[in-house]
Write a protein that binds this ligand. Structure first.
Ligand SMILES: Cc1cc2nc3c(=O)[nH]c(=O)nc-3n(C[C@H](O)[C@H](O)[C@H](O)COP(=O)(O)OP(=O)(O)OC[C@H]3O[C@@H](n4cnc5c(N)ncnc54)[C@H](O)[C@@H]3O)c2cc1C
Length: 591
């Protein structure tokens, strides 16, 4: 029976894919349109044309598909059942046939995913979603320049691998093709893909040691997503690892990864800004080493990987100037131990606020959390993990899961996350109701879509509960609303009901700003204007703004976000830079 179902899914996928390839070749948009449901979507990740964009509606996507397919000579569409046998699946509550297909273009081989809506009792099967991307594996495998010679014949007086690595990393009398600013997982992932495409790449970071971006965070930190979601490309985590990776373990892994993947990395080096030289089509980038020396580098491209939430957001808080105690942004909070027996007010209800409150409470401080706006709270396990089902449990390798994950267009993702959020609210109902009884104001993301899209729109605004919510519900951590504050006074807070709250410390857990806030200070106002907003969805393309794609400024790129996002999308920076450097793509985006 199972075999029959499989065969039928396989047959339907093959028949649709072959007919699709045929119609596309004919360039008949009306015929292509007939093969899609009215509310269908095409997500293109540099697959058919260099754009990262989603097109919705059968008419629009067919016109775009036909035009772009003609430009890149897209042909040879056929199902690849070795990567994944076509199968039945349920996506956003809809039963579909899911299949991976391959095709060719002048830019290289492509791969994609189609989801068909089966029509029982009829031969007609229409597509609901389709994705297309260039196949980095095949493209880079076809090149050999990134591979060291495997010959054993050598002159024993010559430099060995270690000598060569030492020379490579110092960039003496040599300029990098690409400078990556920021060496967290985002910068490192981009560098690895760039190297794989043959680009001489340098990563710089002001931290003392690779991994300090995690090592220096608070004591009890573990990653929030399960280990299989967070793999780095080419070197997956060992299967013996725990479900949630502790901060020092991920820090050490990043260090090992940099070493093993031979990433050229300068620690203790700050990026102080860059100017673009139109004549040479390269940057003059000023970087300062911690011995005070300054070097001006001349890369053709700069990839900014300074985090989507890297700049502390310090809002002006009315009357805070009256407070005589210490005021710290959460990024400067060093630990709870020194506040034992003291009173602390924490402004904010995001992850940092909760974690700091919990650490202070555990260390014997009297803690008051101040809520400024409704916040999404989700139990870290299992609820928060339900959005990552693609990566959990038995199934295909992570590359195939990435292909499936990245094939889901925004509108379908929203529909899927709305259903999951409903399930999550039911699972977390007891906790959520106890929180509300304690006066905590809750929300569940735009249109009830949950935490992942909040991350992609705001970069935060939620809390994965690892125990602090219970402390609030049990009144072990006091909670007040910011509207209850009459004024800050020298000794703490004066509330509207006439009571006072003593405070020795006020922590501003008021979040972080994204990359667009540093563009003008590092590159100047004209570049900032050319680039525009970064992160958050663009209404027309339905994609994250200026991420992993050409920007309005030639040679300036942005990466960041979750491990899975950097693992999936970093390759597109490398592929596009390669296309630019080989004259197949304009340097800047014009849209
Ligand atoms: C508690 C917690 C748990 C999380 N769990 C997960 C998880 O499970 N899965 C997941 O995908 N994500 C998780 N995240 C979110 C996210 O992956 C991390 O915040 C991650 O650190 C982001 O990586 P990044 O490389 O973009 O930025 P960062 O790690 O912040 O790295 C940016 C680097 O840029 C450097 N830098 C900035 N400016 C300059 C400059 N001018 N010159 C030189 N260097 C500079 C900084 O020193 C820093 O090292 C978690 C976050 C937190 C806080």
């Amino acid at each position: 029976m199972l075999e029959k179902v499989r065969t039928s899914a396989d047959a339907q996928a093959r028949s649709w894919t072959s007919a699709f390839g045929h119609s596309l070749k004919g360039g008949d948009a009306a015929a292509v349109s007939q093969m899609f449901q009215a509310d269908s979507h095409w997500r293109n990740l540099c697959g058919i044309s260099w754009q990262i964009a989603t097109f919705s509606g059968s008419r629009k996507l067919s016109e775009e598909l036909c035009r772009r397919a003609r430009e890149v000579g897209a042909s040879g569409f056929e199902v690849d059942s070795e990567l994944l046998p076509p199968r039945r699946a349920v996506v956003a509550g809809v039963e579909v046939i899911e299949a991976i297909f391959r095709f060719d273009t002048v830019n290289g081989p492509g791969v994609g995913v189609v989801r068909l809506v089966p029509s029982y009792g009829s031969d007609e099967t229409k597509a609901w979603t389709i994705s297309t991307l260039l196949d980095m594996e095949k493209i880079s495998a076809a090149r050999s320049s990134h591979r060291a010679s495997v010959s054993h014949h050598r002159d024993f007086a010559e430099t060995n691998w270690l000598d060569q690595r030492r020379v490579e990393v110092v960039f003496e009398n040599r300029e990098p093709d690409v400078l990556v600013v920021g060496g967290g997982h985002a910068g490192i992932s981009a560098a690895v893909e760039l190297k794989r495409m043959g680009f001489d790449t340098l990563v710089i970071d002001r931290q003392q040691r690779v991994g300090d971006n995690w090592r220096l965070r608070y004591n009890g930190l573990k990653l929030h997503n399960k280990t299989p979601v967070n793999h780095l490309r080419y070197m997956p985590f060992p299967p013996t690892w725990p479900d949630y990776i502790p901060k020092d373990k991920i820090a050490n892994w990043l260090e090992t990864y940099v070493e093993s993947m031979e990433v050229n990395f300068w620690t203790r080096t700050s990026f102080e800004g860059a100017e673009y030289n139109e004549a040479t089509q390269s940057w003059r980038a000023k970087v300062r080493r911690d011995d005070g020396s300054v070097r001006t580098l001349a890369p053709k491209h700069i990839v900014m990987a300074t985090s989507v939430s890297g700049t502390p957001n310090i809002p002006s808080i009315a009357t805070l100037e009256n407070f005589a105690g210490k005021v710290l942004h959460s990024s400067k909070f060093a630990g709870g131990a020194e506040w034992r027996g003291k009173s602390v007010v924490v402004m904010g209800t995001g992850t940092s606020a909760h974690d700091i409150c919990q650490e202070l409470q555990a260390n014997g401080a009297e803690v008051t959390m101040v809520q400024r706006s409704p916040t999404l709270v989700v139990n870290v396990d299992p609820s928060a993990q339900l959005y990552d089902k693609t990566y959990l449990g038995e199934g295909p390798p992570v590359d195939v899961r990435d292909l499936l994950n990245s094939s889901v267009p925004l509108e379908v993702l929203k529909a899927s996350h709305k259903l999951i959020t409903k399930e999550v609210r039911a699972l977390d109902a007891v906790l959520l109701s106890r929180l509300e009884q304690a006066g905590f104001r809750l929300e569940f993301g735009e249109d009830g879509t949950g935490w992942p899209l909040k991350f992609r729109t705001r970069g935060g605004g939620y809390y994965f509960n690892v125990g602090c919510s219970e402390l609030i519900a049990d009144r072990k951590i006091a909670l007040i609303q910011s509207t209850e504050i009459e004024t800050f006074v020298a000794s703490g807070l004066q509330l509207r009901d006439g009571s006072t709250r003593k405070a020795d410390l006020v922590v501003l857990a008021t979040g972080y700003k994204g990359q667009e806030h540093i563009v003008s200070s590092l590159f100047g106002a004209a570049v900032a204007a050319r680039v525009g907003p970064i992160w958050g969805f663009d209404k027309e393309s339905q994609e994250l703004r200026n991420m992993w794609t050409r920007t309005g400024q030639p040679g300036l790129w942005f990466t960041g976000g979750a491990f899975s996002q950097c693992r999936i999308y970093s390759r597109f920076i490398a592929l596009q830079i390669d296309a630019i450097e080989t004259g197949r793509l304009e340097k800047a985006s014009t849209s």
